[in-house]
Design a protein around this ligand. Structure first.
Ligand code: ZN
Length: 279
């Protein structure tokens, strides 16, 4: 199933996406609340698809599928070609940073270039959404804790990222975590480690890879993170970006106001965001 948050003029609603149309899921709460109760609620949601009206996606605004996750963790240096372009060694231990939950942005909303932070770059990433929470999740059990997957852009301000030893501020500017366009539930993703992933800037391909090249796969990541912290429904895990970032080009190319960044993942759809200067 493909679950979106959308607004057709009456405020945010959870909807089910099918063939370019969205059907109200009949759920008044948040996406996280629905994820938490999914096993019980899924039959009700499926029943609504039989008779509730379907609205063309073109007539609604798609919102971030999880507006305010409890936490967002993102892994660095997790594709070999990105490690090489970053002139780094393949990490022995997984490299984690947080993105502020306030950085979440809609799949087609503007990404802002903040005052004093103009070195903005893209990172197309597969995002895993936690379903059933847990602590000390074994790698072999990790798939059962994934609710679904979506497309994300781990937008990064490179100077703020690297001018101290801690990347999180450079990863946490408002609007710098666009996600969507909806959540594809895990049962519809046959293998999360065999998905084409790409990023285009103004139609020019900058990243073009496949999730089979992840150094630490999604389930390694869940097992590792959950040793330290309890994962909860709706938590987001950005699983790393392939080579091709603007900061590694020669000369370096950062995003400018008016640029259009599109991130695509096979089977999950795409997000597309236009850069704009912060007011
Ligand atoms: Zn990233």
């Amino acid at each position: 199933m493909k679950l979106a948050m959308y607004d057709a003029g009456a405020g945010p609603r959870v909807g089910v996406v099918n063939d370019g149309r969205v059907t109200d899921a009949g759920w008044a709460g948040s996406m996280i609340a629905l994820i938490s109760e999914w096993d019980r609620r899924r039959p009700e949601v499926e029943a609504r698809l039989q008779d509730a009206p379907a609205i063309p996606l073109a007539a609604v605004r798609l919102l971030p599928p999880v507006a305010r996750p409890g936490k967002i963790f993102a892994i660095g240096l997790n594709y070999a070609d990105h490690i090489a372009e970053s002139h780094m060694e393949t990490p022995v231990h997984q490299v984690w940073f947080t993105k502020a939950v306030t950085s979440v942005n809609g799949p087609f909303d503007p990404v802002l270039i903040a005052r004093g932070a103009p070195f903005v770059d893209y990172e197309a990433e597969l995002v895993a959404i936690i379903g059933r929470g847990g602590k000390h999740i074994a790698k072999a059990d990790a798939a059962a804790h994934v609710f679904g997957y979506c497309v994300g852009n781990d937008v990064t301000e490179r100077v703020w990222q690297h001018r101290s030893g801690q990347w999180s501020l450079g990863k946490s500017f408002d609007t710098h975590a666009p996600i969507g366009p909806w959540i594809t539930t895990a049962d519809e993703v046959a293998d999360p480690h065999a998905l084409a992933i790409a990023c285009q800037v103004n139609g020019e391909t900058r990243q073009d890879s496949n999730t089979r090249h992840l150094v630490f796969d999604v389930f390694d990541q869940i097992a590792h993170l959950s040793q330290a912290m309890t994962l909860e429904p709706g938590d987001l895990i950005f699983t790393g970006t392939p080579g091709g970032i603007g900061a590694a080009m020669e000369p370096r190319r950062f995003l400018q106001a008016g640029d259009v960044v599109r991130c695509d993942i096979e089977g999950l759809g795409h997000i597309e965001n236009t850069l704009a200067a912060e007011a």
